[in-house]
Design a binder for this molecule. Structure first.
Ligand SMILES: *[C@@H]1O[C@H](CO)[C@@H](O)[C@H](O)[C@H]1NC(C)=O
Ligand SMILES: *[C@@H]1O[C@H](CO)[C@@H](O)[C@H](O)[C@H]1NC(C)=O
Length: 581
């Protein structure tokens, strides 16, 4: 997401967004599809699934452009004769586009024109069939209509290849933008997360790298490049978005955690540890744009990589006092905080609370376009999202995922966004229950993979004679499955509430549990006191000294009797399974 400016009560509010894209080339994926993930992270974003139906347009027809983040009217552009069907960030030809905002040199923000990064994505998806076509469309759109957003890294993927395109505007110097696009080599993995990643790039290898003709000369023009230097040394990232502590620790570190997990080179994680910690911030210390994968990654694996909170790495934040008593990687914002005159950060995880929506795009070359592309779409924090599949040819969006069912200020039990927020917000301070929820999300996603086999087989056969009917079949299945995901999520919340209510662990005493009937409160449950870890008690004592100290033993007769009274309802006789008191 890009930072945006919104005028509220006469004040200019600047809301900074951050996102993550993790990229798997076809040669690194389990089934030969192109995969990439995208989390759209912004505290103000209410996550819904967008839909642009395919359309025919009259000559002279115009299209109005509203800034995707702020809704501000920017102007109008010429419509094209035919626009393709788009579901979320995927179109009916299996083209998918994601982005993360790197910002970059602030003198190059706020250019003139009408194209913001959101419209650039969705208009390109409506007009292009392949990644290469999309790159040309990007170039044509920003040349003709200008570029008004901050610096962006885009993932542009089709069933055969995946490219990273990095773009920054020209501020008030000129209309348009400068950019470089690099193809991720087959068999490689990559990613970007709010930090420009393309450093040096091949100047004469159009099959693997294309760039705007003025990407170097414009830098020279604004004094960011010395023309005496050999052009081969020109680095897009180090010129337009130089690396910083936050660029390494809060941005590139997210890419590092994914690459470390799958790298063929098992020393990758350690090699860049000091860099991502922010201890060695320099252009020379940066990670390569992409690396060979040591494993074949499935779509479901990539969904799990979005549930990353640096577990087991040098950036694991589950064991300090900020983690609370349940060892949670969740931290309330802001990311940067002060103590005395020192500044500190919280880690910025891939799976993060302020996500509005997130997805894995799976692009398969062996199926017809409208069936071959799947958007595995989830809302809110990717840690707990259950990703429901939507095909690129789908002609409608299910109600729970559509706009207009609740919003950021109105809770709704029909809304996917609120279902997943309800569970996630229950889990943040109760991380002991998080692992089980993440595992069950993965299990549901694996079930969907199984369901799709039969559904796509049927749709594929039908497609040969009646494409519209095949697409309707998939649309209907995808929609009813996704609506069910939302019902299941609220049911999961109910179950979590029953089990973890009031800091207890609550379960059944078994088939012979005492039951006083409805009028007397019903069944008697087994209510266990779970307490805190030894480490947490140590901390309390360190903090409070003798303040809570008992002066007698809890087993002394008077104390023992009193404690039984004080623990009403929670003490269970192990021989009779009767609740005592
Ligand atoms: C940003 O670009 C301007 C030229 O447009 C340059 O003078 C300035 O030093 C750059 N800032 C950074 C932080 O690189
Ligand atoms: C810092 O990065 C440089 C350049 O890659 C490298 O030579 C050096 O070993 C790194 N230092 C540490 C402490 O990792």
């Amino acid at each position: 997401m890009g930072a945006y400016k919104a005028a509220i009560a006469g004040l200019l509010l600047r809301l900074c967004h951050g996102c993550t894209n993790l990229i798997v080339s076809p040669g690194a994926s389990a089934d030969g599809s192109t995969l990439f993930s995208y989390t759209a992270d912004s505290g103000s974003l209410y996550g819904t699934l967008g839909h642009y139906p395919a359309g025919k347009h009259q000559p002279g027809e115009k299209r109005q452009i509203w800034d995707w983040d702020s809704g501000k009217y920017l102007g109008e552009i010429d419509e094209v004769p035919y626009t393709y069907n788009v579901i979320g960030n995927l179109n009916e030809h299996g083209l998918a586009i994601g982005e993360t905002t790197f910002g970059g040199n602030e003198t190059l923000h706020g250019g003139t024109g009408v194209m913001d990064y959101g419209n650039l994505i969705w208009i390109t998806l409506q007009r292009s069939k392949t990644a290469r076509e999309a790159i040309l469309t990007f170039d044509q759109l920003v040349k003709e209509y200008g570029y008004v957003s901050e610096g962006e890294s885009f993932t542009i993927a089709d069933p055969h290849e995946v490219w990273i395109l990095e773009m920054i505007g020209k501020g008030h110097v000129e209309k348009g933008a400068v950019w470089v696009a690099v193809r991720v080599p087959d068999g490689h993995v990559s990613g970007h997360a709010n930090q420009a990643r393309i450093q040096q790039f091949p100047l004469h290898d159009a099959d693997h790298c294309v760039y705007s003709s003025d990407v170097i000369s414009f830098a020279e023009k604004v004094g960011l490049w010395d023309p005496q230097r050999p052009q081969e040394e020109f680095s897009f990232a180090d010129t337009y978005d130089p690396i910083s502590f936050t660029g390494a620790r809060l941005s590139d570190a997210r890419v590092w955690s994914f690459l470390s997990a799958v790298a063929a080179d098992r020393s990758f994680e350690k090699s860049y540890e000091s860099y991502v910690l922010g201890h060695n911030v320099s252009a020379r210390a940066r990670m390569p744009l992409s690396i060979p994968s040591g494993v074949k990654i499935s779509q479901v694996d990539l969904m799990s990589h979005m549930r990353n909170h640096y577990e087991g790495t040098a950036l694991d934040s589950r064991y300090d006092v900020g983690a609370g008593d349940s060892s949670s990687p969740f931290r309330v914002r802001p990311l940067v905080w002060s103590d005395g005159d020192q500044q500190y950060v919280h880690e910025r995880n891939v799976g993060t609370q302020q996500a509005g929506w997130n997805f894995v795009a799976q692009l398969r070359s062996w199926l017809p376009g409208p069936i071959g592309g799947i958007l595995w779409f989830g809302v809110d924090d990717a840690s707990f999202s259950v990703h429901a599949p939507f095909h690129g040819g789908n002609t409608r969006v299910p109600r729970s995922y559509a706009d207009g069912v609740g919003d950021a200020l109105h809770y709704s039990q029909d809304s996917a966004f609120w279902a997943f927020n309800t569970v996630a917000n229950f889990l943040y301070p109760r991380w002991f229950a998080a692992e089980e929820v993440m595992a069950s999300a993965r299990k549901a996603e694996e079930t969907f993979v199984q369901q799709l086999r039969a559904e796509e087989l049927a749709a594929g056969a039908l497609y040969k004679t009646n494409p519209a009917k095949a697409i309707e079949l998939l649309t209907a299945r995808d929609a009813s499955r996704a609506n069910q995901v939302v019902k299941d999520e609220f049911a999961l919340f109910g179950q979590l509430m029953v089990t973890h209510r009031d800091g207890f662990h609550i379960s059944s005493l078994g088939p012979h549990a005492p039951n006083h009937g409805g009028a007397q409160g019903g069944v008697v449950p087994k209510v266990e006191e779970v307490g805190y870890s030894t480490k947490w008690y140590d901390r309390i004592v360190k903090d409070t000294g003798d303040h809570y100290k008992m002066s007698t033993s809890p087993t002394s007769p008077l104390d023992a009797a009193k404690l039984r009274t004080l623990s009403k309802g929670t003490w269970v006789d192990s021989s009779t399974h009767e609740v005592i008191v």
